[in-house]
Design a protein around this ligand. Structure first.
Ligand code: BG6
Length: 487
């Protein structure tokens, strides 16, 4: 008899966006500047080599002094701030069970340090959440998706400063109080492990606060504070909104050894810790023992407070949310070879895999392996909260957009999710990235599109901003309608 796995009843199908890549309205409704608002468009000729922003105080001041000559796509996004009603209606038509959004922290606390929240910001998310509920869509909400109030970055170096933990805890409590009953699924940080590669984007760290030659220590210090902030938010969520479930998200990455050479296998094992260090802390409730060696060898001394250990121990996650776009190949140090693309975790090229136009290596089977590995390690429900193919789309003269490549990518990943469920993994949901085209995180371009819905807007913000359904729209609608039976 052939074994045919299927998706469980009530599986949470949907899509995901972030505030800074979609909302626009960066200076309306009392919002303060966020760390994302000063990130500029990367021009086409520079898009192949990823340059991650790591600006200092002077750079930030300079950017703000000369802003009229620059393009900041994350300031205009796709105008979701004004179009959320029609956008959510389209998602309803797709049959979404859930929709992942993030709250722009600087909409609620413009500098991050206020004691009273900005009512206009709170009211905006009330409206968005109500609109979702009106259409039977369960909100999945991230507290910090690659942005924090800019002031916290320039003042304290973001989460490098212990003060930011308290400011984050106040923000978290405020929104848990306000939206209790409206939000059942919370995520504290987007891709918390990105911090190790992108400390400004992930944690607001700026070079000015880093002591000479102590970058790695400063990054781990920032990570420690984010992990404590995550624990504080979990504690507050359980107290304020006991029916809600809360997780902290990582980039889900699987690292293959470049060869069976034992040193390559060891390198892959160690690279997996880019993901597992963080998930180990917030699922097991403390630092894994392998970090002692990392800290000792790199002369890293973390500043901690007496309450940290207990906070981490008592406040572990309810479910494990992660993104998955690609896999990576790890090799022993002396290895040379062609590099693959990727927004954060660039490694060697895998000869067995195809890649996207941006060089991201497409690996659906890797998703099955990763789901199994994580579930076996943690025995906690899994939620894939981002997956998708960034591609160039072409709108035809009749207004249609034919995107078989996107359907193929998603189909092959959903097939492997189904296999993982058959393997025994408890997978509770799947939200594809950018169901409506939005601004790219890594290059801030619009041309890299992920959506089922095309947005008529270019890299510079020009265009009608009109929404049109692509072929993948009807395909995903049927996937949801048949609970993943017809792919
Ligand atoms: C994830 C981020 O890393 O990848 C998203 O959480 C991002 O914010 C997504 O948009 C895709 O990356 P990019 O660079 O193609 O937009």
């Amino acid at each position: 008899m052939t074994f045919q796995p299927s998706f469980p009843e009530g599986f949470l199908w949907g899509g995901a966006i972030s505030a800074n890549q979609a909302e626009g309205a960066y200076n309306r409704g009392g919002k303060g500047l966020s760390t994302a608002d000063i990130i500029e468009l990367i021009e086409p000729e520079d898009r192949t080599s990823m340059k991650l922003p790591f600006p200092g105080r002077q750079d930030i001041e300079h950017v703000l002094d000369t802003e009229e000559d620059r393009v900041f796509p994350k300031r205009f996004g796709i105008d979701f701030y004004d179009t959320y009603k029609e956008d959510i209606e389209l998602l309803k038509e797709l049959g979404f069970k859930t929709f992942r959004i993030s709250i722009g922290w600087a909409r609620i606390f413009p500098t991050g340090t206020e004691t009273e929240p900005n009512e206009e910001g709170l009211a905006f998310y009330d409206n968005v959440l109500d609109e979702m509920h009106k259409h039977g869509i369960e909100p999945l909400v991230t507290l910090s998706h690659y942005e924090i109030p800019l002031h916290l970055a320039t003042e304290y170096g973001g989460f490098y400063g212990r003060e930011t933990v308290d400011h984050f805890a106040r923000y978290a409590e405020t929104v848990f109080e306000r939206y209790k009953g409206k939000v059942k699924y919370w995520i504290t940080f987007n891709e918390i492990n990105s911090l190790m590669m992108a400390p400004y984007v992930g944690g607001g760290l700026i070079p000015d606060v880093v002591p000479e030659g102590r970058m790695l220590e400063a990054t781990y210090q920032t990570a420690h504070h984010q992990l404590v902030a995550n624990a504080r938010a979990i504690e507050a969520c359980r107290r304020i909104s006991p029916d809600a479930r809360i997780g902290c998200m990582v980039i889900g990455m699987i690292n293959y050894p470049n060869s069976p050479h034992p040193e390559d296998v060891l390198a892959a094992h160690q690279d997996m810790r880019n993901t597992l260090f963080f998930t180990d802390v917030f699922t097991k409730g403390g630092y894994p023992s392998y970090m002692n060696r990392v800290f000792a060898e790199n002369d890293i001394q973390l500043k901690t407070e007496p309450e940290d250990e207990e906070l981490l121990r008592n406040n572990t996650i309810d479910f494990l949310p992660f993104s998955y776009y690609m896999s990576a190949v790890s090799a022993r140090e002396e290895t040379t070879g062609e590099k693959a693309g990727g927004n954060l975790l660039t490694k060697l090229k895998n000869p067995y895999l195809e890649a996207s136009d941006w060089g991201w290596q497409i690996d659906p089977v890797g998703l099955r392996t990763l789901l199994n590995q994580l579930y076996e390690r943690y025995d906690t429900p899994m939620f894939i909260v981002e997956n998708g193919l960034g591609a160039y789309d072409k709108m035809e003269e009749d207004g249609s957009v034919h995107d078989p490549y996107r359907i193929e990518y998603l189909k092959s990943h959903i097939e492997q999710m189904k296999e993982a469920i058959g393997d025994g993994v408890e997978l509770i949901g799947y939200t594809t990235w950018g169901p409506i085209d939005l601004v790219s995180f890594s290059t801030s371009e619009m041309s890299k599109r992920y959506g089922f819905v095309y947005v008529d807007r270019d890299d510079y913000g020009e265009g009608s901003n009109k929404r049109s359904k692509k072929d993948s729209f009807y395909w995903y609608q049927n996937v949801i309608q048949t609970n993943g039976e017809e792919l």
